[in-house]
Design a protein around this ligand. Structure first.
Ligand code: GH3
Ligand code: MG
Ligand code: MG
Ligand code: MG
Ligand code: MG
Length: 311
């Protein structure tokens, strides 16, 4: 029998863990006619999508922020404003500057359709529309948008959030925590003596170690925790609704788990560790302050011999 190739097995596992279950597509449907809104929503829901209907265009900004749509389906003519005006409003919002906007209207005049597109629309669908046409149009746009967004927000090696995204999310989570008076923690992890691992086993093995830590974090942390690769061999985690003492326990558990993993390089096996620093909001009350505090705690962990978690 052929010996099991552990390395390729692990790589296969990594590829599989990168393709976590697809979240349903979120479509924001802006349509003043309740009857039509229901009709189109039903079609999309049947196709497995989540639909948020707004019949009052004035609520569009709240709906965008709360629902975080993958696509906006816009009626062109409504009593209080036009779809074109709404498209402009959406495009002024930094977060939604590239969200697909698709008009869904009975307008048949090509010039008017083109004019609507010039206000920031990506596509024009004419009512009445066949259900499968609507589903296909929405699906292809959402798929492309999600891929693009993933390239922009995630790290290629681990699939975790990249540096820019984790910093943005930290700002957002701190504002949210301030509004709702809740505690959150921020943890920074740094692999110990990682340069030696690269030097001893080679860069590809180092990359595999980075992915093994990423996999452990994804498996063990809660869905609400926000995990990123902060830099080369540094990771950052935002633990929502968690105080520093609890975060320290969680991270210490992960630290022990990671230290026990048998890392693989060809026929050789070895173990490796990380150090970690934790800080909490509101004890540190801005993104900059909490980052500095976590970084300082990480520095103390290194100073005290590595493979430990400090607050
Ligand atoms: P310390 O315990 O003090 O953190 O020591 P260290 O060796 O981990 O720290 P140092 O900052 O000296 O070295 C970090 C190393 O991480 C150097 C760099 O080559 C390696 N590294 C950074 N990014 C990657 C990567 O994407 N893949 C691999 N394989 N190595 C990386
Ligand atoms: Mg209308
Ligand atoms: Mg480092
Ligand atoms: Mg260093
Ligand atoms: Mg290091």
């Amino acid at each position: 029998t052929k010996p099991v190739d552990v390395v390729s097995l692990i790589d296969a596992l990594d590829r599989a863990s990168g393709s976590h279950p697809i979240e349903p597509y979120r479509v924001l449907l802006v349509e003043d006619s309740k009857f039509q809104a229901k009709l189109y929503a039903q079609v999309l829901i049947k196709a497995g999508m989540q639909v948020n209907i707004i019949t009052d265009p004035m609520t569009i900004l709240e709906a965008l922020a709360e629902f975080n749509p993958d696509l906006v389906l816009l009626d062109m003519y409504m009593p209080d404003c036009t779809g074109m005006e709404l498209a402009q409003v959406i495009r002024q919002n930094e977060t939604f500057v590239s969200v697909p906007i698709v008009y869904l209207s009975s307008e048949t005049d090509k010039d008017k359709q083109l004019e609507a597109m010039s206000f920031g629309g990506d596509d024009f669908l004419a009512k009445p529309i066949q259900p499968h046409h609507l589903i296909t149009a929405v699906t292809s746009r959402v798929e492309r948008y999600r891929k693009l967004r993933s390239f922009m927000t995630r790290d290629g090696l681990t699939g975790l959030f990249n540096h820019t995204t984790i910093k943005e999310r930290l700002e957002q989570e701190i504002s949210r925590a301030r509004r709702h008076n809740i505690t959150i923690s921020f943890a920074m992890l740094d692999l110990d003596q990682f340069k030696k691992i690269n030097d001893t086993y080679g860069h590809p093995t180092g990359d595999r170690v980075l992915r093994s830590l990423s996999r452990l974090l994804k498996q063990r942390l809660r869905r609400t925790d926000i995990i990123g690769r902060y830099g080369g061999e540094e990771f950052a985690i935002i633990l929502t609704e968690t105080d520093a003492e609890t975060a320290r326990k969680v991270l210490d558990e992960l630290r022990r788990g990671f230290a026990n993993i048998n890392q693989v390089s060809g026929s050789r096996r070895f173990k490796t560790t990380f150090s970690c620093g934790v800080a909490e909001f509101p004890a540190y009350s801005s993104a900059a302050a909490i980052t500095d505090a976590a970084d300082h705690a990480l520095y103390l962990s290194k100073l005290q011999g590595r493979n430990r978690v400090e607050i």
